[in-house]
Design a binder for this molecule. Structure first.
Ligand code: P6P
Length: 330
């Protein structure tokens, strides 16, 4: 009987395995926190995919602190991530888009805090368009023998220990960075695990996609208008899903720029610095891209409030530099 040697590719690593193998001192804590995150993400994956059947689509009739209509799934996802981070015992404090104030987990001795948008793109939930969870993990600044405070979250994006998102799309992906490149993990339903599917995502220096809600074109400053007109002269493709995570992810892989400028009605733009802009900016830079408010590097901005907003330009570096030049030369 001929000996047949089975050559099986070693099975892809799970999130916990991938990060536990790292030498960083906090690797084990971080891998356990990411494990908690993925447990919640698996539950939200099911919630999102069976929402219509479970009668959990639609609004609940209340507004969040942003004045936005809260969707049932916003609240469900928020509770799932709060519960998972709390049960991990490793997160002392959470800041969430869905909660006006900070959330104390009771783990006062824990060393980490999280800022999150539990379900971003909620306006798309009911029409079956991709949505996402966005998160930032920081080491706390206050001593672990004290109750954590808001100051533990008001850290510049450069202080992030990890930043990432879960994209509930044609597949459910976890994309994140801990400062050593950008990794992607795909949720494998059979294995019931997020498995490493891309060990190092790099974006393109230049792309041909621009993402912007041009419904506000007439309110944009001249530099933005000039850049959008440049994109059209170059016959770039306009692609705008209305879910930040989906628009960002497409541009990350294909090259492109996402713009959410300030307008007179929203002088700080719409997107939130702590739990939307910083995590994606961390990923963009680790993948070779850039993220700015039009003048400053997003990751350098010192936050002063949990829900503060910022104008946002993120993606391929040459494209971001181009819009910055046009904004400066008005
Ligand atoms: P607009 C979704 O509500 C969100 O926060 C982001 O996901 C998205 O990029 C943006 O708002 C869309 O805003 O004003 O274009 O509808």
């Amino acid at each position: 009987m001929q000996n047949i040697m089975l050559i099986t590719a070693s099975s892809p690593l799970s999130v916990g395995e991938f990060f536990y193998k790292k030498t960083q001192p906090q690797a084990s804590d971080l891998s356990l926190i990411l494990d908690a995150l993925t447990q919640a993400a698996k539950l939200v994956h099911v919630d999102v995919n069976r929402a219509e059947l479970a009668g959990i689509l639609g609004a609940i009739g209340t507004e969040n602190v942003q004045g936005e209509e809260q969707q049932k799934l916003d609240v469900i996802a928020n509770n799932r991530f709060i519960e998972a981070f709390t049960k991990s015992g490793l997160i002392a404090l959470i800041g969430s888009e869905e909660n006006e104030g900070i959330i104390l987990t009771g783990n006062d001795g824990a060393e980490y805090v999280v800022a999150m948008d539990p379900l971003d793109g909620s306006s798309n939930i009911d029409v079956n368009v991709s949505i996402g969870t966005i998160f930032s993990i920081y080491r706390r600044k206050t001593p672990t023998n004290q109750t954590p405070t808001l100051s533990d979250l008001l850290q510049a994006g450069t202080e992030q220990v990890a930043g990432g998102y879960v994209l509930y799309g044609t597949s459910t992906l976890l994309v994140l960075t801990t400062g050593e490149g950008v990794q992607a993990f795909t949720y494998d339903l059979k294995a019931d695990e997020f498995l490493l599917s891309n060990p190092l995502i790099q974006t393109k220096a230049e792309g041909k996609i621009f993402s912007c809600n041009e419904g506000s074109y007439h309110d944009f400053e001249e530099g933005v208008k000039n850049y959008l007109n440049h994109c059209k002269t170059q016959q770039f493709k306009g692609r705008y899903i209305g879910s930040l995570v989906a628009d960002f992810h497409r541009n990350l892989l294909k090259g492109g720029i996402f713009l959410y400028p300030a307008t007179p009605k929203s002088p700080q733009g719409k997107l939130r610095l702590l739990y939307e802009c910083n995590p994606l900016a961390f990923i963009a830079e680790q993948a070779g891209g850039l993220a700015t408010d039009g003048k400053n590097r997003i990751l350098d901005i010192q936050p002063i409030a949990l829900h503060q907003r910022t104008p946002y330009y993120i993606g391929s570096p040459n494209m971001v530099r181009n819009v910055m030049d046009l904004l400066q030369s008005k």
